[in-house]
Design a protein around this ligand. Structure first.
Ligand code: ADP
Length: 664
């Protein structure tokens, strides 16, 4: 089998379609696996770096916060100590030495003003750098700071702005004498303190008071804008934190993502917040991540760059060869062998393919052989069918011919049947006409013989009278003539009697009755007793049956036959035997003698009326006996015939049907 025509491209995938798709899928899988692996590793490493960095930063920030707290606390403590020192000074001394306060103020540039009040709120010593705001206050006893300080508390007030535009806040401590030492703290100094607390590149710290207001910040405008952190995470978390310190990542009030730590400043109600922008805090993590990502990307690209040719060489090219081979085989080229000499799966597939192809080739050869055999068989069958068809056609033609012949024959047969029927009909008509004319003839014969008797008797009587009376009176010729006439008349009478008797067989017959033939024969023999004895005849007979017959007529038959046997005797004494034989449906009687016999040419003739074979002078008779026998036998439904040989005797046969019913 040759190459089959290649299917159109729309039906089979293009040469490059399948392998490319497989390559793409494999590479995609590889890429995905690589990506996921690298991502997991990258994420893990990054997360680890991030955690490490976060931990480091938390530690460093905690440290910074602690430092900041300590700095602020030390600063405030210093102020408090200064104020407490003043509170310990004697009223008189202070009144006497007003410069003490001034010196103290000058030593402490953070203080704008310091006042010493008695328990009633009356200023008895003061010093100031810009303006005597506290000293000139009229409502001291109502001031919060005074009331709180007299209550024994250390008071730190809110930020206020002096008429000169300096921000300050009021500090007050209780004095042992029930009075109060208060001072205005120059915020700038605190701010400078806070601004000095730095960590990292951009880390900063600020201070919030118990109300959440920012009281110190690197940027004074933040403080001056009365920025409050009340309700924000960093403060709320601190208030909820059990360790009195909180750190976390959040977006601060300036909108910067930061990591921050909040810690309270002991003894003040303030809190220090240190913040570092996340951008800086996790710079290392980010760099590490970037480096890691880049490295991994590079690694991935490298892996793919190495893998693709390797895959191509190890898998795709053999696969392509396998596919091309399979396509060629699929196209019908069973002589093709896929040339991949490898021990791996592809090699095994190729080997299996090659084996399959050789098996297919074998199968195809077998199939071709079988197809050829089948084709032969089909051709043979076709031939046989053709022959069969021809035979069938011929048969049909012959059947048609035969049918036509048959139809013709049928037609002829029909015509013949019609002809026969016509002939039968004619025969029947003729038979009927014959029977009719026979009957009429019989009637005529009877009537004629009967009616002829009377005139004949008269002729005979008168001829006899003439003979008697004129005998010897006429001449001898006349006597002789008269004698002839008398004899003729007498013979005529005999003939007419015979004829009458013959005709009476048909017309005066008695009904048939069961008749014992043995008895009939015995009566006949009794009647013929004289003749038997005279001729020395011996008559023997079988036991005869009873048959349906007219007894008188049957007697006549026996009597005629036996008397003939005696009459036509030879020189030997007559031996007569009557026999009976049962043939199917009838009795066969036979009367055998040893007389003169009859020549065969007369066998028919002797049964005709008045037919005789001999001269009357030798054997008297009229020739009516056998004719009467025939008529009687036929009336009884039987037949009569003779078998004889001249000089050897004759046998007369007649049949009587063996029936129980009547015959008319
Ligand atoms: P007939 O006896 O009056 O002559 P039949 O009719 O009885 O008339 O017989 C016809 C003829 O047949 C006879 O004339 C005779 O020649 C012949 N015939 C009849 N019976 C016998 C017989 N038993 N043997 C030889 N001839 C016979």
């Amino acid at each position: 089998m040759g190459y089959r025509e290649k299917k159109p491209a729309s039906e089979t995938p293009s040469h490059s379609g399948r392998p490319q798709s497989l390559r793409r899928r494999l590479l995609a899988l590889l890429g995905v696996v690589l990506l996921v692996t690298l991502l997991i590793i990258g994420a893990g490493v990054s997360y680890f770096v991030f955690l490490t960095e976060q931990k480091a930063w938390q530690g460093r920030q905690g440290e910074a916060a602690r430092n900041a707290v300590e700095t602020v606390a030390a600063f405030i403590q210093h102020l408090e100590d200064s104020l407490t020192l003043v509170s310990l000074l004697d009223r008189d001394y202070l009144t006497a030495e007003p410069h003490v306060m001034r010196d103290l103020l000058q030593q402490n540039p953070a203080l704008l003003e310091m006042v010493r009040l008695d328990a009633g709120g009356k200023v008895f010593a003061s010093a100031y750098q810009d303006a005597p705001l506290l000293a000139n206050l009229f409502t001291i006893p109502q001031s919060t700071w005074f009331r709180r300080a007299t209550a024994g508390e250390f008071y730190l007030g809110n930020i206020q702005i002096s008429p000169a535009g300096d921000p300050y806040l009021v500090i007050a401590v209780p004095a042992p004498d029930g009075g109060v030492v208060a001072a205005r703290l120059r915020m700038n100094v605190l701010w400078d303190v806070v601004a000095a607390i730095r960590f990292g590149e951009t880390g900063q710290a600020y201070v919030v008071n118990q109300g959440g207001r920012i009281v110190a910040h690197t940027k004074p405008e933040v403080v001056l804008a009365k920025t409050s952190l009340a309700g924000r995470l960093e403060l709320v978390a601190l208030s909820q934190s059990p360790g009195n310190k909180w750190n976390g990542a959040y977006v601060n009030f300036e909108g910067t993502s930061v990591v921050g730590t909040t810690a309270p400043v002991p003894g003040t109600g303030w809190a220090v917040v240190t913040e570092l922008p996340q951008a800086e805090a996790f710079a290392v993590s980010r760099t590490a991540g970037l480096l890691l990502g880049g490295g991994m990307l590079l690694f991935g690209v490298l892996v793919i760059w190495v893998t693709i040719p390797l895959l191509g060489q190890q898998i795709f090219q053999p696969l392509e060869r396998l596919r091309a081979g399979a396509e060629r085989i699929g196209g019908g080229d069973l002589s093709h062998q896929i040339d991949i000499a490898r021990q791996d799966e592809i090699g095994q597939v190729a080997k299996a393919f090659n084996e399959m192809v050789s098996r297919l080739r074998e199968r195809e050869d077998q199939l071709a052989a079988r197809t050829a055999a089948l084709a032969d068989e089909v051709a043979e069958r076709k031939r046989a069918e053709e022959a069969l068809r021809k035979a069938h056609d011929e048969l049909e033609i012959r059947v048609e011919e035969r049918t036509a012949e048959l139809a013709e024959a049928n037609e002829a047969l029909r015509a013949e049947i019609a002809e026969r029927q016509r002939v039968e009909e004619a025969l029947r008509e003729r038979t009927e006409a014959l029977e009719r004319s026979n009957r009429e003839l019989e009637q005529f014969a009877y009537i004629a013989s009967h009616d002829l008797q009377e005139p004949l008797r008269m002729v005979t009587s008168y001829l006899q009278l003439l003979e008697r009376r004129y005998k010897d009176s006429l001449d001898s010729d006349a006597d002789e003539f008269i004698a002839y006439a008398v004899d003729g008349a007498a013979r005529m009478q005999g003939l007419i009697n015979d004829l009458l008797m013959y005709s009476r067989v048909g017309t005066r017959g008695k009904p048939l009755e069961p008749t014992d033939c043995s008895a009939v024969l015995k009566s006949v023999l009794a009647n013929l007793q004289v003749a038997i004895e005279e001729n020395g005849a011996v008559v023997t007979y079988d036991t005869l049956p009873t048959v349906m017959a007219d007894e008188t007529q049957l007697m006549r038959v026996f009597q005629n036959l036996i008397s003939n046997a005696i009459k036509f005797r030879s020189d030997l004494p007559p031996e007569i035997h009557v026999e009976i034989e049962r043939n199917d449906g009838e009795w066969l009687f036979s009367v055998r003698d040893n007389g003169i016999g009859i020549a065969p040419q007369y066998f028919e003739r002797i049964f005709i009326i008045f037919q005789r074979l001999h001269n009357r002078s030798k054997y008297p008779g009229t020739g009516i006996g056998l004719a009467v026998c025939k008529k009687i036998v036929e009336r009884h439904g039987g037949r009569i015939c003779v078998a004889s040989e001249p000089e050897k005797g004759s046998t007369f046969y007649f049949t009587i049907p063996d029936i129980g019913g009547n015959l008319s």
